[in-house]
Structure formats: structure tokens, C-alpha cells
Write a protein that binds this ligand. Structure first.
Ligand code: 6PG
Length: 470
């Protein structure tokens, strides 16, 4: 059996190797880093005869028979360019090269073109599901030209399944797969933020202890709010630090970083003219969390005086919060899908939004009720303009904010910030206004800069002299 070449044996790469071996593929792995090669020894699965380990790229490539399939599982950015430069000299026409890291989609477009010159079929592939997903079946989002049967067979076999359907999509050409994965991650940032804010309210507004908070998320995970992220939120709330015996959350710093995909999504959204306030806020929350010195100084000067509600209030507040969370979650996905739609049009990718949702039903971080509902919504109406315009999702959003807005208002009144939940609510209310504040903004910019404004009663831009006659 011709082995699959796997370049990069870090956490994701080594778990993917185990997955491929388990599914009956032979794997030839390469990593230039001794530490990563040592990591392989910690996986008993990698002791199999069908796995061979190389410390030199030339030897790996020589060990594979053309047409080769090579998968890169290395850090995104310049390391990918370096490896492609080496590979392009050694591979032959017809070989298949797949970048399974979180590369920027514009890099993928560029690399796809460059590899085509050498006759190498290049695929930019988003792989979601973390280490466990890589090991047992991730969701896979592929971008590139016609997919060779051998590659499709491999990916179909190692991907997650949802009701026997592989969680695999050939999203579109060149950068489409990495774009879809980038949007997946940006939704992931926002959904994590929403869940974190909900836990913050259960803790600081309603006064639940960690086991009770865990029970709330476990209950939510049985219904409309079910999903991988809801489940791990409950799991985290039950975790105890083995060293101190303290609940895990009590010993964690609140500073969170990111590796770029959420930032790129927001940049792409702004460039494409798509409003994604929740995706932006989730990124900003991470950036703000890092302003440790300023936060400390301001907190010292103006500490909050948050008081918890009376215990009997929990009875209505917990379900109200669940409603607000659900409505906000739909809002977040709606923003992500608008971004996908805009990119599809701009890059002429013909993305199938319903199929993307279907791909996210299993294996990935976003798996849960939402991808299934979105898949159903696009199946009913492939031209759906906005998730709020789907009868089911629209109704859940309207009812959710109706029942949930009071708890958010109480939180604000008690000096408890829930920026992503309130951003989602504001976004929904903004869409519902007859006239927005931007009417005044339009007038202001014409007043000081003669930038022009549009009238409601005729076509075309006009500009005024706003000076008031005495
Ligand atoms: C996944 C994850 C994975 C990773 C992201 C987020 O789908 O398996 O999204 O790709 O966790 O890169 O990482 P950051 O939060 O560090 O940006």
C-alpha cells in the first residue's frame, strides 16, 4: 500500500496519523523537530508497521510513489511557504499537496497558483475538531480544483460522520476551504464568548455555585442549546485543580490570546462590507482581557458594586438567559453566514451555504443544533438572505430576545458587562428600527464635509449648505 505522506507530527499531525492508520491507510510521517518525532513514541498506534517515521524530507518524498499524497500539518504562515518551496523542487507533476493548517485564505490562493505552475494539485483544507477531532474524525473543508478520487476517499474515510454522512465538503476553488474554516473559527470565538458571558451571569448575577452552573449547562445541552461548546462549558465547571483542590475556573487568569483566524475573519468582513458586530466583539473581548495594567488601575479607582439577585429570581432568570443565549447564538451564526455569502459572491466561489452547515454537523467545534437547523433552513430555501428570515430561526430569535432582554437589562443595571449578548440584542433591534441614528450621521458628515446624503423622496446624492439663516 502506498503511504500517505504527513509533514508535521505535532499534536494535530500525530493524532491525524493515528486516525489514518486506524482507518487502514499507511502513513509516512516527517518532522524536522526531534521533540515532535519523540511525541510519536507516546502514541502506541504509531508503533504499527504501516507507520514509518522520517527525519529528512528528501527521504520521505523518495519513499512515496507518484502520484503522491502529502498532507502538511505545520504552523500556518512562513513555515508553509518554506516547505512548499522545498516540496516544489522535489515533487513531480500530478502529486497532491494538502495544507491542513489554519492558513490565511489569501496565502492559499497564492500558493494554489504557484503550485499549479509545477503541476502539483494544491488543496487548502480547514480541519476542525481539535486533537480529539483529528484522532477520531474531524470536519474537513476543502478548497481547490477537481479533487482526485484517492484524496476524496482518504478524507471521506477519516472525517467525522453525522448520521452516516461524512462531515466533509469541497467548498470551492483555491482559498474557499480555508475561508470557510476561518469563518467557522470566528463563529467559534463568538459562541465561546456568549457561553462565557452566560456563565458569568449565573455566577455573578444569580449566585449559583459551580456545580449548579454545570447542571444548568448540562440541562441546556439536552435541548435547543445543545452543542460541543455547551458540553465542554459544563465539563470545565466541574473540573477541580488537582494541586490546590480549587475549582479550575478560580485559578485561571482571565487573559486570552488568539492565533489569528478570528482577526482575519473580522478584517475580511470589514473589507467585504459585511456587518459582523458579534464576531468583532468576541475578538475585542480577548484583546481587552490583555489590558491588565489599565484594568487594574481603573478597577482600583472605580470598583464595581455588583449585587446578586434574590435566590427566588433564579427561577425565571435562568430560562430567560437560555432564551437570550439562543437568540444571540442564532445572531452570531447569521453574521458568519452573511460573511460566507459575501465572500462567495466576491471571489466567485459558489459556496453552498446549506452544505457548509451540513459539514459542521459533526466533528467540528461548532457541532450541535445550530448547523442542523441552518442546513434545514437552506434546504427549504437555498436563496435564504438572512437566517432571521427563516421562519423557524427568525421565530426563535424574536421569542428569545423577547423573553431574554430583561435579564440582560438587569445585568447592565448591576454593573455586569455582557457585551456579546447585548451586541446581539442591539443588532436585532437595529435591524427592526424604521429609521436608524445613521440618519443623523449622514447629516453631520454632509454638514461639515459636504459628503452628500441620500433623500427618501428622490434618487441620487445631494449636498446642502447647512448654515442656518438668521
Ligand atoms: C478547530 C479550532 C482550532 C483552534 C483555532 C482557535 O476548529 O479545531 O478552531 O482550529 O482551536 O485555531 O484557536 P485560537 O483561539 O488560538 O485562535
Amino acid at each position: 500500500m502506498i503511504p500517505i505522506g504527513l509533514i508535521g507530527l505535532g499534536v494535530m499531525g500525530s493524532h491525524l496519523a493515528c486516525n489514518m492508520l486506524e482507518k487502514g491507510f499507511a502513513v509516512a510521517g516527517f518532522d524536522g523537530d526531534q521533540k515532535c518525532r519523540d511525541l510519536c513514541a507516546t502514541h502506541p498506534e504509531l508503533l504499527a508497521d504501516s507507520f514509518s517515521l522520517f527525519s529528512d524530507l528528501d527521504t520521505l518524498i523518495a519513499a512515496l510513489k507518484p502520484p503522491r499524497i502529502l498532507i502538511l500539518m505545520i504552523t500556518a504562515g512562513t513555515p508553509v511557504d518554506h516547505l512548499l518551496a522545498q516540496c516544489s523542487l522535489k515533487l513531480t507533476r500530478g502529486d497532491i499537496l494538502m495544507d491542513g493548517g489554519n492558513s490565511h485564505f489569501t496565502d492559499t490562493i497564492r500558493r494554489h497558483k504557484a503550485m499549479a505552475v509545477h503541476g502539483i494539485a494544491f488543496f487548502g483544507v480547514g480541519i476542525s475538531g481539535g486533537a480529539q477531532g483529528a484522532r477520531h474524525g474531524p470536519a474537513i473543508m476543502l478548497g481547490g480544483d477537481r479533487v482526485p478520487d484517492a484524496l476524496w476517499h482518504l478524507l471521506q474515510t477519516i472525517s467525522a460522520r453525522h448520521q452516516s454522512q461524512p462531515c466533509l465538503i469541497h467548498a470551492g476553488p483555491d482559498g474557499a476551504g480555508h475561508f470557510v474554516k476561518m469563518v467557522h473559527n470566528s463563529i467559534e470565538y463568538a459562541d465561546m464568548q456568549l457561553l462565557a458571558e452566560s456563565q458569568f451571569l449565573l455566577h455573578n448575577l444569580m449566585g449559583l455555585d459551580y456545580p449548579d452552573q454545570a447542571r444548568v449547562f448540562e440541562t441546556w445541552n439536552q435541548g435547543d442549546l445543545a452543542g460541543y461548546l455547551t458540553r465542554i462549558t459544563a465539563q470545565i465547571l466541574r473540573k477541580i485543580d488537582p494541586e490546590t483542590g480549587c475549582p479550575a475556573l478560580d485559578i485561571l487568569q482571565d487573559q486570552v490570546g488568539h492565533k489569528g483566524t478570528g482577526l482575519w475573519a473580522v478584517q475580511a468582513a470589514l473589507e467585504l462590507g459585511v456587518s459582523t458586530p458579534n464576531l468583532t466583539q468576541a475578538l475585542d473581548a480577548r484583546v481587552m482581557s490583555g489590558m491588565q495594567a489599565e484594568r487594574k488601575a481603573v478597577r482600583k479607582r472605580w470598583p464595581v458594586h455588583a449585587t446578586k439577585v434574590k435566590i427566588f429570581e433564579q427561577e425565571w432568570m435562568i430560562p430567560a438567559l437560555a432564551h437570550a443565549l439562543l437568540a444571540a447564538r442564532i445572531t452570531v451564526f447569521a453574521q458568519g453566514f452573511k460573511l460566507l455569502a459575501a465572500a462567495s459572491q466576491h471571489y466567485d466561489w459558489a459556496l453552498d451555504l446549506g452544505a457548509i452547515a451540513a459539514c459542521w454537523r459533526g466533528g467540528c467545534i461548532l457541532q450541535g443544533t445550530m448547523p442542523e437547523w441552518i442546513h434545514v433552513a437552506f434546504r427549504a430555501n437555498p436563496g435564504l438572505e438572512h437566517l432571521w428570515l427563516d421562519p423557524v430561526l427568525g421565530q426563535k430569535t424574536a421569542a428569545g430576545f423577547d423573553l431574554g432582554r430583561r435579564v440582560l437589562a438587569i445585568a447592565l443595571g448591576k454593573e455586569l458587562p455582557v457585551p456579546n449578548l447585548t451586541t446581539a440584542l442591539s443588532c436585532f433591534d437595529t435591524f427592526r428600527q424604521q429609521h436608524l441614528w445613521t440618519r443623523m450621521v449622514a447629516a453631520q458628515r454632509d454638514c461639515f464635509g459636504s459628503h452628500g446624503f441620500l433623500r427618501t423622496d428622490r434618487e441620487g446624492s445631494v449636498t446642502w449648505d447647512w448654515t442656518l439663516k438668521q
